[in-house]
Design a protein around this ligand. Sequence first.
Ligand code: FMN
Length: 232
Amino acid sequence: MSHEHLAATLPAKLPDDPMHWAATWLEDATRANLRRNPNAMVVSTVSADGTPSSRVVLCKSFVADPGYIVFYTNYRSQKSREIEGNPRVAVNFHWDARGRQVRLQGLAVKSPAEESDRYFASRDWGSQVGAWGSDQSSELASREALKEQVRARATQFGLELADDLQSHKGSDAPLIPRPPHWGGFRIWPQRVELWIEGADRIHDRAAWTRELVPDESDAFVAGPWSGSRLQP
Ligand SMILES: Cc1cc2nc3c(=O)[nH]c(=O)nc-3n(C[C@H](O)[C@H](O)[C@H](O)COP(=O)(O)O)c2cc1C
């Protein structure tokens, strides 16, 4: 395998497709276990009045071709409500130990329900109960109230949770369905920037753009990437 993507600069002739390049950076960060949650990324959304907000989520899938990434969340959370009003989002990955940054700008659309079902089913019962247990981004009276809420909702699935909520009584956990208000978002970038730290702030930077044409199934037909180098 070529290690060109691990070089200290991008090649003189830029790669045609930045998503493949970025995917190898994420794989490298994951393999090298560079930090806890090497797949953490900051996602920024914009409210109806134009106020941006950012938060960390985990990138659970990086699909270089045709070019989208996936994270999972509560569809009633602040970020989801903002995406519903305005699907334009920005994403930032930063692997400090490698001096690398990836910036994406693009459109977020809900993942197909079957894909969210599959991912939800692959999670352990604790995470599944957690998805039902929290009305993410709503106000909460106290930690105690949250515990009561989680316990009560778990009971509806036949789970009697221990005091710490970390274990349950009885041997088998029941099958827990995906909450309809929980699932994935696919982010389809229209712009990707790759950044590599250089000595004396002479970093290497390049950005690519492409056109996204919506198809009939909440996906896009993506045009070819066109890239250029940027001053650091
Ligand atoms: C390392 C890390 C990983 C996180 N992963 C997720 C995630 O995958 N999905 C999610 O909804 N929230 C995740 N969170 C919590 C979010 O940062 C945020 O608090 C939450 O989604 C509510 O955001 P909102 O009110 O802007 O919608 C993570 C937080 C951290 C620090």
